[in-house]
Design a protein around this ligand. Structure first.
Ligand SMILES: [Cu+2]
Length: 371
């Protein structure tokens, strides 16, 4: 069976409600759908059938994918993406201003998004999400973008800049083989992102052309909250105290029917469920959260057994929401979450979308809090 032909209707008809079948699909893809391989799980009306169904229920009951994704073959690891900030190459211009230079290359690349499920992605620097570009408010950014892909692409940044640097078709699409240099000042501070703006837009975004763009506040510009600004500024001792994580909520429509079959944070279904994110209990946690999910109006983030403060778009130094355990984001919305497990019992703490369907199709995760 062709993995790319797996439809959401198929997933649901195979008993997705009550437990994910992604693992089953991965295990049975070498056999026709009508004769599942021994050991696979079939639900006709909510009950298990098949000689090994009872054993399978243990894996099935976990509502998780079964098997492993080859991160080496993908060329990126979802755990590395949590913290691999790309701060560019630093230089100084004639006015003494900090210049950060980045290189981004678009290329077509097939990636494995769940065990055995491959997706023909379009990528920035060979990964989904693309590199996490991180700068300080006021820096001059110079992003050299080369399109090595098969389609015209752009880089459209959410930030403040002139029309010629907006990366929309009217301002110039970059054809395959061409290079363009985007140049603008990093502002406002916050948790932003970038994506391709070629049309059809939903296809270009959903194929994987997006990434995080984080602008740290310059403490000198915010004397009223300089301590908060310093805690966000990469490289300061105050910032080093925090455990900062990048999470891009995304989805994949593997059969191009305008519905997602797989959901994730940082692309790989259940990556942080199978291998939880280790948290040092006594250091606070800051999550840069971005939603790029196409086809669904909203995505969400729910933290178990704890509450967090939220900074909508990350553009303020005071929380815009205090003491919540769930927030929702439409596509392109993003924000900063801050919370602490100080004094908590060590253990595994869940976090996930609070759309159950998304959970079962990949967006389920754990923090492992260690004393
Ligand atoms: Cu594009």
């Amino acid at each position: 069976m062709n993995l790319l032909a797996i439809s959401r209707r198929f997933l649901l008809s195979r008993g997705l409600i009550g437990g994910s079948l992604l693992g089953t699909l991965a295990a049975s893809t070498s056999a026709p759908a009508s004769s599942p391989a021994p050991g696979s799980i079939c639900y006709a009306d909510g009950r298990a059938v098949g000689s090994q169904a009872h054993d399978n229920l243990h894996a099935h009951g976990n509502m998780t994918t079964v098997g492993t994704v080859d991160h080496v073959a993908n060329g990126f690891d979802p755990h590395a993406i949590l913290t691999d900030w790309d701060t560019g190459v630093l230089s100084t211009d004639a006015q003494g201003r900090t210049v950060r230079s980045f290189e981004v290359v678009a290329e077509d690349k097939e990636i494995e998004i769940a065990p055995g499920i491959r997706f023909p992605a379009w990528t920035y620097n060979g990964r989904v999400p693309g590199p996490t570009l991180r700068a300080t408010e006021g820096d001059l950014l110079r992003i050299t973008f080369r399109n090595n892909g098969s389609m015209p692409h752009t880089m459209h940044f959410h930030g403040i800049h002139g029309a010629s640097m907006d990366g929309v078709p009217g301002a110039g699409e970059i054809s395959p083989g061409e290079t363009f240099v985007y140049e603008f000042t990093a502002r406002p501070f916050g948790c932003h992102f970038y994506h391709c703006h070629s049309i059809p837009l939903k296809r270009h975004i959903h194929k994987g052309l997006y990434g995080a763009f984080i602008v740290d506040p310059d403490p000198a510009r915010h004397p009223e909250a300089a301590d908060v600004a310093r805690s966000r500024l990469l490289g300061t001792p105050e910032n080093a105290h925090w455990q900062e994580l990048l999470m891009v909520m995304n989805g994949f429509d593997t059969n191009f029917d305008d519905e997602n079959e797989v959901y994730a944070v940082n692309s790989i279904a259940h990556a942080y469920m199978h291998k939880p994110i280790v948290i040092e209990r006594d250091r606070p946690v800051r999550v840069y959260l971005i939603n790029v999910t196409e086809f669904d109006p909203i995505n969400s983030f729910h933290l178990h057994a704890n509450f967090f403060d939220y900074y909508d778009h990350g553009t303020t130094l005071q929380p815009t929401l205090r003491t919540v355990d769930t927030i929702m984001q439409c596509q392109a919305q993003r924000g900063i979450l801050e919370f602490s497990f100080a004094g908590f019992e060590p253990g595994r703490y869940m976090f996930h979308a609070h759309q159950t369907e998304f959970v079962e199709l990949g967006w389920m995760s754990f923090f492992e809090v260690r004393a």
